[in-house]
Ligand binder design. Structure first.
Ligand code: ZN
Ligand code: ZN
Length: 275
């Protein structure tokens, strides 16, 4: 199948992000990806379940998806809003832009970034991961998340990652917190530590059908510092981790708690995809 022109552009951006990942991969991650079992039984691509994920000569690690599936992902490239990451039409080199939504609001995070748009294959994979409990997708999706660190705004800081918390009742249903799983894999490839500094103390209805104001009301008083771990965040630059950024309400509430109650010095939001 020939990729469309948009997919080719996206594929190029994805390839750049993955090359960045390969440079940042820790020794442990490289060893893990080249286990003897993998050499004898190479894994199938989790995107199409047909192509084998074979490392090519000279490559130190496998790609998270086969090249065809990677070409189907929509990389989120500039121009986008410097605050919330919303893409907009404009010349490719355009920089320093803030969208009208962000102009109107007082947001508690410095900026939000996602390496990909939430559409097509990636949206399907995130749904399978979260709602169909296909937990093995943590590996490819966590690596794709780490591709979002390929942004100059992350340079010059010792970031720590804090996953967006879910309530223990939802965790029982889902069996895992998707943000925590993605952060753990991202940590292997980036070397950034993960601290679960936030807890969700109130079970809230699912956010997906709510608008931004409803989401904010839904989350009010639901997110709190973890008493034992929050002190580790004091004075630090925090990268809040989640799977999808939609209205920014969850990121904003978590960033507010991190700044005002945990004394984080900076907060940025990194998600795998932007809705
Ligand atoms: Zn594939
Ligand atoms: Zn914006």
């Amino acid at each position: 199948m020939l990729p469309t022109s948009r997919a080719q552009i996206s594929g190029t951006a994805t390839a750049r992000a993955l090359a960045f990942l390969a440079r940042r991969a820790t020794a442990a991650a490289r060893v893990a990806s080249r286990s003897l079992l993998d050499t004898v039984y190479p894994p199938l691509c989790p995107g199409c379940d047909t192509a084998w994920l074979l490392p090519r000569p000279g490559e130190t690690q496998r790609l998270p998806l086969c090249r065809n599936c990677l070409s189907l992902l929509s990389a989120l490239e500039k121009p986008f809003c410097n605050t919330c990451g919303q893409a907009f039409d404009g010349p490719p080199g355009m920089d320093d832009f803030r969208c009208s939504n962000c102009e109107r609001r007082r947001l508690h995070f410095d900026f939000a970034i996602a390496p990909f748009r939430s559409d097509g294959l990636l949206r399907d994979l995130i749904h399978q991961f979260k709602f169909a409990r296909r937990s093995t997708l943590r590996l490819p999706l966590g690596r794709l998340l780490a591709a979002g660190l390929h942004d100059p705004r992350f340079e010059g800081e010792d970031w720590i990652m804090v996953p967006v918390p879910i309530h223990r009742r939802r965790q029982r249903q889902r069996t895992f917190n998707q943000a925590r799983e993605l952060a753990a894999i991202c940590s292997q490839y980036s070397g950034l530590p993960v601290i679960e500094a936030l807890v969700r103390t109130r079970h809230t209805p699912p956010q997906s059908r709510l608008n931004r104001n409803q989401r904010l009301a839904n989350l009010a008083d639901a997110i709190h510092p973890h008493p034992g771990r929050a002190p580790k965040v004091r004075g630090r630059a925090v990268l809040l981790i989640d799977d999808v950024f939609t209205t920014g309400a969850t990121g904003d509430i978590c960033a507010k708690v991190l700044r005002t109650r945990c004394a984080a010095r900076r907060v940025a939001v990194l998600t795998l995809a932007r809705g």
